[in-house]
Design a protein around this ligand. Structure first.
Ligand code: ZN
Length: 284
């Protein structure tokens, strides 16, 4: 089937009291594996591009990524959504929508509240005219580093979240409740009470970033309490990297350049095993 709108998938997740998982994908093998495993597990999923991967290392053009996801989604019966992760300015978001992304994130969370509202509102107005869905962020989702100030981020305030959603007319909101990007050094503890308060103060589906390494029991609890989209990047990318290392070790004695043709399927099988287990968290 054609790509499903992210807004509809998030609504389905909300009705089922669960969360869709949104996987950061860097290349064809990752996009392919997410869509094929979602089909096999009969579980909706999102494929997501982090613009800086495309911009810095030419892993995939924005248009090429969107076309690939559309092409692969057309061949399966399960709802697949396509989403652009963290974008920081109006121009790049609008450009990505025009290049084929039906759902985007504008992240103004590093700006003062008033500026974040202004930017997000402007993006949402234009995106909605173009038929795209918009995720925004409030509170800063820290980066997992040794710097404790940076690590903590700034937790989302429930009352401000309510105001932010009313002012901006966004479709989903990424919040900070103890989650962080990257690899956690200590076991994370999500502030579930804060999540419940944010959920009560807002009407839009909530999004949890920094999903690699949060224990499953905390995730299930968060999904029941209002998280309807959950982003995974580091863990998924790590599986790919490990597969490449293993393949190289396995084949290092073989002097046949055409072994290169075996690499995609080797990687895809490993990713599919990981994804199958991960998708069990999503209970549609
Ligand atoms: Zn994020």
């Amino acid at each position: 089937m054609a790509l499903e709108s992210v807004k509809n998938i998030l609504r389905m997740a909300d009705e089922a009291g669960t969360s869709v998982i949104s996987f950061i994908c860097i290349d064809y093998n990752m996009v392919y594996s997410v869509i094929k495993t979602a089909e096999k597990a009969n579980t909706p999923a999102l494929v997501m591009l982090l613009p800086e991967h495309s911009g810095k290392n030419n892993t995939f053009s924005i248009k090429g990524f969107a076309e690939t996801a559309k092409d692969l989604a057309a061949g399966v019966r399960v709802p697949i959504g396509l989403h652009l992760d963290h974008s920081y300015d109006y121009e790049s978001v609008i450009r990505a929508i025009r290049l084929g992304f039906p759902s985007v994130m504008i992240d103004g969370s590093a700006r003062p509240l008033k500026e974040n509202i202004e930017l997000t509102k402007k993006v949402a107005e234009a995106a909605h005219i173009l038929g795209a869905d918009v995720e925004a962020e409030l509170g800063t989702i820290g980066l997992e580093t040794s710097d404790s100030a940076e690590k903590k981020g700034i937790y989302t305030d429930p009352e401000t979240a309510g105001l932010f959603c009313r002012e901006t007319n966004i479709d989903s909101l990424a919040i900070s409740i103890g989650n962080a990007h990257g690899v956690y050094r200590e076991k994370p503890v999500l502030d579930i009470q804060r999540l419940e308060e944010i959920n009560a103060a807002t009407k839009v589906p909530l999004v949890l970033h920094g999903g690699s390494g949060i224990p499953d029991d905390q995730l299930r609890e968060a999904f029941k309490k209002g998280i309807n989209k959950f982003n995974v990047g580091t863990e998924f990318i790590g599986e790919y990297y490990k597969a490449l290392v293993d393949y190289t070790r396995l084949k290092e004695k073989e002097d046949n350049p055409f072994k290169l043709l075996e690499v995609p399927r080797f990687v895809q099988e490993r990713l599919e095993t990981y994804l199958e287990a991960k998708l069990k968290l999503s209970r549609f």
